[in-house]
Design a protein around this ligand. Structure first.
Ligand SMILES: C[S@@+](CC[C@H](N)C(=O)[O-])C[C@H]1O[C@@H](n2cnc3c(N)ncnc32)[C@H](O)[C@@H]1O
Length: 147
């Protein structure tokens, strides 16, 4: 019998890094952050993209600088790319068998969170451009290895 275990293990297959943004709450859960411990501290968000982490963290008194090559672009260009990436991920993600929907519930709710994050990002990117540093982290391709 054909072994299909490898096929079903695949998550979402992407041919490049997509430009999507997560919220502060998603970062908190992923990285097990204790926001109260970070108040007043400086934090660098490498590959911040269109996440609202930087904006929301500042509202809590955490001094975040977000760092990403996309910050060399004007807001409209970033918006164009992120909207098109969100559309394409939204269309594909419901078909991914390995995706766990516990937190996100369904593709529509996931999309709402991404839209919320990017709306907060765009407002903050215009109002506080100094929080967003353009640049590329050379070692990011090796982030699965211990660096
Ligand atoms: C899926 S987004 C994640 C954004 C954010 N960290 C989040 O979780 O919402 C991936 C981001 O990685 C950025 N990126 C890709 N290569 C990078 C590099 N070499 N250095 C810094 N950022 C990079 C992309 O521009 C994109 O904004």
């Amino acid at each position: 019998m054909r072994d299909r275990s490898q096929e079903t293990k695949h998550g979402l297959q992407l041919d490049r890094v997509v430009l999507l943004g997560r919220t502060f709450e998603e970062y908190r859960r992923y990285f097990l952050l204790e926001p109260d411990d970070l108040t007043g501290k400086k934090v660098l968000d490498v590959a911040g993209g269109v996440s609202s982490f930087c904006a929301e963290a500042h509202n809590r008194g955490i001094k975040v600088t977000a760092f990403d090559p996309i910050y060399s672009l004007a807001a409209e260009k970033i918006r164009e790319r992120s909207e098109s990436d969100l559309e394409s991920v939204y269309r594909s993600i419901g078909r991914v068998p390995t995706y766990r929907w516990g937190f996100y519930k369904n593709p529509d709710y996931m999309r709402k969170l991404r839209e919320r994050a990017s709306a907060i990002f765009f407002a903050d990117y215009s109002a506080h451009p100094q929080r967003y540093a353009k640049g590329e982290f050379a070692a990011i391709a090796f982030s699965r290895q211990r660096i």
